[in-house]
Design a protein around this ligand. Sequence first.
Ligand code: FRU
Length: 621
Amino acid sequence: MKTVQSLIFGAAGLLAVSCQQNAVPKMEFVSHGDTMAIQITSPTKYLLLPIQEDQPDVWVKLNTGNDEDDVWMDVRLARETVDYYVPFALTDGAEARVDVMHLPADAVAWNNFQLSDTFDTTNREYYRPLYHFTPAYGWMNDPNGMTYFNGEYHLFFQYNPYGSKWGNMHWGHAVSKDMIHWEQLDPAISRDKYGQIFSGSSYIARLPEGAEGTDPFEADVLVPGNGTEGDFIASYYTSENNNLPRELQEQQSFAISTDGGRTYRKFGEPRLATNGPRDFRDPKLFWNDLRGEWGMIVSADKEMQFYGSKNLRDWTYLSAFGDGYGVQPRQFECPDFFVLPVEPENPDAKMTREQKAKWVMIVNVNPGCWFGGSASQYFTGEFDGTTFKCDNQKETVKWLDWGKDHYAAVTFSCEPKGRIIAMPWMSNWQYANDLPTRQYRSQMGMARQLFAFQSGKEVYVGQRPVEEMQSILKPASVEVSADCVKLGNEDAPVCIDFDIKNGSAVTVSNDDEEFVYIACRGGRILMDRQKSGIIPTQDFACETWSPVPELGINSGTWAPVEQLCGKKDSYHVQLWLDRCSVEMFVEGGKATMTNLVFPKTPYNKISGEGMSNVQVRNISL
Ligand code: FRU
């Protein structure tokens, strides 16, 4: 058997012969103890890395000679067969060096590295959504750092550019004018020597009057931006590093961008370490008007902790909330904190100041939620600038969405119209890594405007598609026969409005006998996707969650529609379908349900006895 060296030197040698004549780039493999260096002369823009998804990670590093700052990335390099390639950016100049560790000698990757100035991102995926954000390639989870700045909505996101499974967290970046058409840019914040770049947030800040010219990292005070020159994006994220002592494994780090998030300057050393729990992450910045300073809410195991700062650099602990509240199977993650005006149940009712507006704390929880896996919970209450007091008893549980694919939902800061707009990651940690796409994995839910409303004695938070979504709805000519509406053009996803009668059911289906089942009974509205198409894992089918056998509810997810929207003979439903998702908004978003589906062919009809006033519109960008 050939040794690795001779095999790979062989491959490189062949390349070298043809390369020298044409002065094209060439690769050579040089062993340095347990590290193999890929030595590249006249480097192209990228080294294309061959990936095999079911293989373990090995280490790959761009070796710039700066030992302290060069970072190993975890990459599933191909051992038996190449699933796809990802680009690994090389340095400019006459030479570049990429180090590889732990890859066995007989791995096929050794013969399949490629040098290239381009990387083809043409879509290869049948299920790639039309109007939901997906990265061109690679893995994505939580939305991060969402803010509005200089005419652009910014969506940063948990991103692995080196494969379509979780790992190497960077902040990916995309911008949009309307939260529908997104342009993906280069990753904004890359994994560094302090660790992976976990979730976090952004806020527009500036130096106070009189302090112009000071380095913002050295200013005594920073204030919220005012929409003029000098504003910058201030971002906080968690630096995650399991190799450090427990109390330093998750720390909060500070970075600023003066060019609209295209590039960041990092503060360097993280700014805030835990006061106890190992899990201490996902900082959300807000302006705490009640104290005239910056606020930060951070998840700390089964609590959310509040901190305050004048300069966004030095933080003081204020309080904690959450111990024993709501659903706490494991840990709180990805917090958010904001005020919402409350829409009264009876518009003529007199409301006290406390009733007119509520502080809302979003707490994403994983795993072990009611629907299985991950879900977004929230609490409503009062905040005095230091402490949050929840309106409810500890046992009360309020979900922001009642489907299986709504997680890590957080909101945009500095939204120009003052709207509170959230975006969920449309997946679930139970199966996110196993979904049937490869070029990329995961999509965001559509942008939703949050509102608070009263129902009975309770205040709830609802979500409706942002008004911008109306611009992509186009009239559709549909065929209507008794109890069945044909959805028309198979290439255009659709938005369907209808009323569902209490005690009845409808199905959205295709000609392959795949369907999504929606039923309304016993004060609940149910969505069942067991027969919806490809079922990637058992958890996805959701067979056992919270059955109500006396109502014939044995699978699927359901929302207590009567509790949220009052008792009615029928409820209004709006369904937004895309290539692989159904987002359901009941009664204007008082109950929502977000679920992925993977039908073999697009659903092309909706049928059932219990529906009336059906309206279908095509969705086209
Ligand atoms: C939530 C989460 C966050 C963490 C990130 C890592 O989905 O677990 O708590 O920052 O994902 O990618």
